[in-house]
Design a protein around this ligand. Structure first.
Ligand code: AMP
Length: 413
């Protein structure tokens, strides 16, 4: 379906054209028409599907003809600053030829930003993108006026609940008018998202794009190693795999720092990104990475969702991510849009069971890569599989499944 068929304002079509979008992606095709009809939406769609434009375009199109001075038209709540910044950039691109105003409101930035945010909130903005905590800070000051709000959008709702933002979201919703259109996007649909949807949405149109499986075009491989073999193998993979932008993921920031130090010592042009960095530092590192000045980045899971740099063609998991969803989100950073990509996972001795669980979730056996002879003998892949014992435990020695983002208690190294 071509964008010209949606009946969008010509000014918006110009922005779409300037962004080089020609045909709508499946999620766009499915959600744009019902949003334009005024329906609530619950959509499961991962990043990379075009979901951001899927909600931005119909919202912008509406606000173009229903702009109210001094008011907020749409509020987009997202889990992380990075995603807020990215969506703000998306808005800027698509609304370039329009008069729509927008602002991103997120934590971690300095007092000067707070003043600018406050001003925007007092003067009104067509679209606000915010992280929950920062929005609460402004709400507490009493000057936020969202009485005319037309759209509430929750993006990556599952991640927001995982990060404990449920109460903040409820508080923000209390400040909104009852009559509004609600759009809920989530990569996964666990029970708590269903519950949130029941409380929030009115007779929603349900759209399911999420495969919650990585795109087929990503070449996935796992390398089963002893822990001390990880660093030499990582270096070898980075030397022998051609890439434009490569992203190395570690679950703990301590590991991120160690890996960066080792790779730097080995002569790689590399930067790191994790929650210890100031906001400005994070932005500058991401900018250098996106522009190709720094081709290699090592990061915690802070980056595993939402970040949209379409030249990433290699992702290496230095350790096995917490669960299948984290795995999908990490490796989903590569092979964006039309690009090809590879995703390699280093599986240490203690991580075999965890990796096997991921394979079960994905319903796929990931190809195991050869370990070069020079690294010495590698272990066999021999995870403990699930056994059924006539109603007894069915997961021998399996730890309870827990979700962590970037902060893993205990050590992987
Ligand atoms: P998202 O899933 O929203 O993170 O979008 C993934 C990438 O696809 C972004 O770089 C978008 O700019 C791009 N994109 C979104 N919609 C389209 C489209 N219809 N045609 C081409 N690229 C698109």
């Amino acid at each position: 379906m071509r964008f010209t068929e949606f009946n969008f304002s010509p000014l918006l079509l110009e922005g779409i054209e300037a962004s080089n979008y020609e045909t709508a992606t499946p999620i766009q095709e499915q959600v744009i028409p019902p949003i334009m009809e005024g329906r609530d939406i619950i959509a499961s769609a991962q990043t990379g599907t075009g979901k951001t434009a899927a909600f931005l375009l119909p919202v912008m199109n509406h606000l173009l003809s229903h702009h109210v001075d001094g008011q907020v038209g749409a509020l987009i709540i997202v889990p992380t600053r990075e995603l807020a910044i990215q969506i703000a950039q998306h808005i800027e691109g698509l609304s370039y030829f329009t008069h729509l105003s927008s602002i991103a409101i997120y934590g971690g930035s300095d007092a000067q930003n707070f003043v600018a945010e406050k001003k925007a909130l007092q003067m009104g903005a067509d679209i606000i993108v915010c992280t929950p905590g920062r929005m609460i800070a402004h709400l507490n000051m009493g000057y936020v006026n969202m009485k005319q709000l037309r759209f509430l959008i929750l993006d990556e709702a599952d991640r927001m609940l995982d990060m404990g933002f449920q109460d903040d979201i409820n508080r923000i919703i209390k400040a909104l008018p009852e009559k509004r259109q609600n759009l809920l996007f989530s990569a996964t649909m666990p029970a708590k998202i269903r519950q949130l949807a029941r409380n929030l949405l009115h007779n929603p149109v349900e759209v399911n794009i999420a495969i919650s499986k990585p795109p087929e075009k990503i070449v996935q491989k796992a390398f089963v190693v002893h822990e001390p073999q990880k660093m030499p193998l990582l270096q070898k993979l980075l030397r022998e795999t051609p890439y434009k932008n490569a992203l190395v993921f570690c679950s703990r920031k301590q590991t991120v720092k160690e890996v960066r130090r080792e790779l730097k010592r080995a002569g790689f042009n590399i930067e790191e990104i994790h929650s210890d960095l100031e906001q400005a530092q994070r932005e500058s590192v991401l900018g250098a990475f996106a522009s190709g000045r720094i081709p290699l980045l090592v990061a915690t899971d802070i980056l595993s969702r939402g970040i949209d740099i379409d030249t990433i063609d290699l992702v290496i998991n230095y350790d096995v991510p917490g669960d299948g969803e984290d795995y999908v989100h990490r490796i989903g950073r590569t092979a964006r849009a039309e690009a090809e990509g590879a995703a390699y996972t280093l599986v240490g001795d203690k991580e075999q069971n965890k990796f096997h669980q991921i394979e079960q979730l994905l319903e796929k056996t990931v190809e195991k890569g050869e370990i070069p002879d020079e690294l010495g003998p590698a272990p066999a892949y021999n995870p403990r599989t699930r056994h059924h014992h006539g109603g007894n435990r069915d997961n021998r020695g399996g730890k309870p499944k827990k979700k962590f983002y970037g902060k893993r208690p205990g050590g992987s190294r």
